[in-house]
Ligand binder design. Structure first.
Ligand code: DPP
Ligand code: ZN
Length: 847
């Protein structure tokens, strides 16, 4: 298939007012009757409808049956020429048949454990019925479901229901990708929410029988999200009912279908025994994310899929703000930047680099990326920083007022910021249209009381974009005096040139700069700070992000020095000692400082410096540093481990989760030198999954996990979500030489149900997450991984394509590894019948 291009966009020649859908459910032959009322917007246009894997039973226009001579039916759709259509508004009626039980790709209507459910974003609706499956066609849906399942759900409000029948009406016009239907034997955990104007909304979390007692956290998180969106953005919910359904087989995290969110059960179900603190935080964040889409995504949607970051970037930004408000902004920002660098910077540095708003694609499913989501959120954050709180709020108010009910573009979005602030954002727009992470080099000087910061920005060429123009970069800066006082408080410098200097006058002594506070722009900062300056910032910076960042930079310096066999000093170890003694510092923050940079991020840092990363050397350096830190601070660490034990009933709140995170970070260090004694004891006594899994991960790290692993499996084999953790942890954390053998053995485990996306991802991400194990010099892990992608592709192309990103860093490594990865990619690309999804990915990966 040829690429689709943004420049080819044309409005749909018809408006679609109402949609009537009648479903008669059957696993092998579900009948879908559709009644679509169209009005022509231009003369003599043919009606083109998308449709894939559908059996067409009949077509009629205004009650008159068409014969096959009247239309064209292809593998991708149905076209009715203008001469077979009235020039006035008309109703098209089709009857189609589909087989949900055979739908393993999990797009459209499919079955999971006997329950019917749908996933229509981005282009799944065309597997349900013939339809203009594009987001700028918005219509009101009226849906009936006939089926013998006890619970029958669709979007909107329930208008009629009796045994085996339900009727749902959604008053809000929406694109087809937000359609949803669920039918099954489900139980509800229910509540009510009273909106800001006093309307009562029924809220339900629907799950399989037996899971009801793991829903309350999600329900409360939903209520918190609904309240927060009213308070922070003035957005009220707009239906009488809000349903969330948990499903085990799901390609993504969750989906924001209007009034009927469908979630991967992993991001709904939580109990202290089965979910970790991190899971609780993620669940709350994803519930919020999908809920926030009700306004940013549903009421205002995207004109076309090139604009995906319009809804995703903004909604991620909103869920980040929410989690910050709920759990603390400093640690949330650090977590988000870790994720951004780990996934988006990595993506941006390799062959898959693309702009947040791409201008062409072959398969849109391949663009649900860290760049669209996380970098998209960073761009919204920069707009917020440039305009200030009031300016941002004014722009968002205008966005909702001007565009409610519309399908919009990035241009529309930027225009509301321009109109409400009077600023020109044409240069800023490059953040959306240009790929690549800018490098920001900084030099400083001090003379006669004037301090000068000189910045230089540069963005490397990316696929299809060789010329890069300067970006508009907000750089938040503060200056500290040598005793740690802030002599110039945080201020936002706006860089717009390739090279630009900023001066600060009237300073008594040379200040220490704190640059890019709160990570004010998604750039790679290059500064030759010496270790004493970093240690100083780690102790004194007011900006918690930059405090952490200084410690991070120190750790990175030591690790890179070790990998390259250079002399390193003790300043990182000393700084860690000081931090461990600092009881005023937030435990969660201290935990984040104790976690060493990942092997992958060390590899990336080496690559950025022009070195070729050696995975085995990186592993050895990181292990060595961890052991040395443990040895140097043995007593202090042991004290913290003992004193930070939580008391009282479990809660996932930061007050408990923070100390728990610190305790586990300490355990991971001590475990390297105590022969697994503490981890073994904690594993035996743990009463919650955070500690149980944390102890297990520590044991795995040193390969002392056989007994614990068997015990864990015995205990949890009936629990699919916990077993996913079991598959993942023993691969991602084990010594690299064990990883591939373990992975091979695990694929023979009867619990390795590889067609279930969560299980497939757990095993494969476990292996690819084991940096040195995946990048074995003999290439055997590459081969194994590629074999499994090829096996999954015909079953579930979307997941296979997404998992192929394990190879996105192939250009980083030495020639031997590069060649081996390349030949696996070529082998995949040459596979006959490869899906469009995986074929586009391998072609882009190969460049
Ligand atoms: N639109 C979904 C989300 O990001 C993904 N399919 O919430
Ligand atoms: Zn989203």
């Amino acid at each position: 298939a040829p690429a689709k291009r943004l420049s080819d966009y044309r409005p749909y020649p018809f408006t679609l007012e109402t949609v009537r859908l009648d479903f008669t459910l059957d696993p092998d032959a579900t009948e879908v009757r559709a009644g679509l009322s169209f009005s022509p917007r231009q003369e003599a246009a043919a009606l083109e409808l998308d449709g894939e894997d559908l059996e067409l039973v009949s077509v009629a226009v205004d009650g008159r049956a068409l014969t096959p001579d009247d239309y064209e039916l292809s593998k991708t759709g149905l076209t009715i020429p203008a001469n077979a259509l009235p020039s006035q508004p008309f109703t098209l009626e089709t009857v189609t048949r589909i087989a949900p039980s055979k739908n393993t790709a999990l797009e459209g209507l499919y079955m999971s454990n006997g329950m019917y459910c749908t996933q229509c974003e981005a282009e799944g609706f065309r597997k349900i019925t013939f339809y203009p499956d594009r987001p700028d066609v918005m219509a009101r849906f009226h849906v009936t479901i006939t089926g013998d399942q006890p619970v029958l759900l669709a979007n909107g409000d329930l208008v009629e229901s009796r045994d085996g029948y339900a009727e749902w009406v959604d008053p809000w016009p929406k694109p087809a990708y937000l359609f949803a239907l669920v039918a099954g034997d489900l139980r509800a955990h229910s509540g009510t929410f009273t909106t800001m104007s006093g309307r009562e909304v029924a809220t339900n979390i629907w799950v399989r029988p037996g899971d009801e007692d793991r829903c309350d956290f999600a329900l409360q998180a939903l209520h918190r999200s609904m309240r927060w969106d009213e308070e922070a953005y003035g957005r009220e919910y707009d239906l009488d009912i809000f349903n969330i359904v948990a499903v085990d087989d799901f390609n993504m995290g969750a989906m924001e279908n209007k009034g009927l969110n469908i979630f991967n059960s992993k991001w709904v179900l939580a109990s202290p025994e089965t979910a970790t603190d991190a899971d609780y935080e993620r669940i709350e964040g994803i519930i919020a994310h999908e809920y926030f889409h009700n306004w940013t995504g549903n009421r205002i949607t995207c004109r076309d899929w090139f604009q995906l970051c319009l809804k995703e970037g903004l909604t991620v930004y909103r869920d980040q703000q929410f989690t910050g408000d709920m759990r603390g902004h400093a640690t949330k920002r650090i977590d988000d930047v870790l994720a951004l660098r780990g996934r988006q910077f990595r993506e941006d540095r390799g062959p898959l680099s693309h702009p947040p708003r791409p201008d062409h694609y072959r398969e849109i499913n391949n663009f649900y990326t860290a760049t669209v989501y996380e970098k998209g959120a960073e761009i919204v954050g920069m707009l917020h920083r440039l305009l200030g709180h009031e300016g941002y709020r004014a722009a968002l108010d205008l966005y909702f007022e001007r565009h409610d009910g519309q399908a919009c573009t990035i241009e529309d979005w930027l225009k509301v910021f321009e109109d409400s602030s009077g600023r020109d954002l044409s240069q800023f727009k490059r953040w959306y249209t240009d790929a690549g992470t800018p490098t920001l080099r900084v030099r400083d000087s001090f003379k006669d009381g004037t301090y000068t910061l000189e910045f230089e920005q540069e963005t490397r060429p990316t696929p299809g974009q060789s010329e890069k123009l300067p970006r508009h970069i907000p750089i938040e800066v503060g200056l500290l005096s040598e005793n740690g006082d802030e002599v110039v408080p945080s201020t936002v410098l706006e860089m717009t040139e390739a090279k630009q200097s900023f001066t600060f006058d009237g300073l008594a002594t040379r200040p220490v700069p704190s640059i890019l506070r709160d990570f004010s722009a998604p750039v790679r900062l290059e500064r030759d700070a010496d270790t004493s300056e970093l240690a100083f910032l780690l102790t004194h910076d007011r900006d918690p992000f930059n405090r952490w960042e200084a410690g991070r930079a120190l750790a990175q310096k030591v690790l890179i020095g070790r990998v390259l066999g250079q002399e390193t000093d003790a300043s990182f170890s000393d700084a860690i000692g000081a931090l461990l003694r600092d009881e005023t510092a937030d435990p969660a923050f201290r935990a984040l400082c104790l976690n060493l940079p990942s092997e992958d991020s060390i590899a990336q840092a080496l690559y950025d410096q022009g070195e070729t990363p050696d995975p085995a050397a990186i592993y050895a350096a990181r292990e060595g540093l961890a052991r040395d830190l443990a040895t140097a601070h043995k007593t202090l660490l042991a004290e913290i481990f003992t004193s930070s034990e939580a008391t009282g009933p479990y809660s996932s709140d930061p007050e408990q989760a923070g100390p728990r995170a610190l305790r586990l970070a300490v355990l991971r260090l001590l475990n390297r030198i105590d022969g697994g004694a503490r981890a073994g004891a904690l594993f035996a006594s743990a009463e919650n999954m955070t500690e149980s899994l944390g102890a297990l991960a520590a044991l795995v790290q040193t390969g002392q996990d056989a007994a614990a692993m068997a015990e864990f499996r015995d205990r949890w084999q009936g629990d699919r979500l916990v077993m996913d953790k079991w598959f993942l942890v023993q691969l991602a954390n084990c010594p690299p030489e064990m990883a591939l053998e373990r992975a091979k053995a695990l694929t023979g485990d009867p619990l390795f149900t590889w067609k279930t996306p969560n299980r497939f991802r757990a095993l494969m991400a476990g292996l690819s997450g084991n940096h040195a194990g995946f990048h074995r010099a003999d290439g055997a892990s590459y081969r194994f991984y590629a074999d499994w992608l090829l096996k999954l592709d015909p079953v579930n192309p979307q997941v296979a394509a997404r998992m192929s990103t394990a190879f996105e860093t192939w250009t980083r490594y030495d020639e031997g590894r590069r060649e081996k990865m390349r030949s696996e990619l070529e082998r995949i690309a040459a596979q006959p019948g490869l899906s469009r999804d995986l074929s586009e990915m391998t072609q882009r990966l190969l460049g």
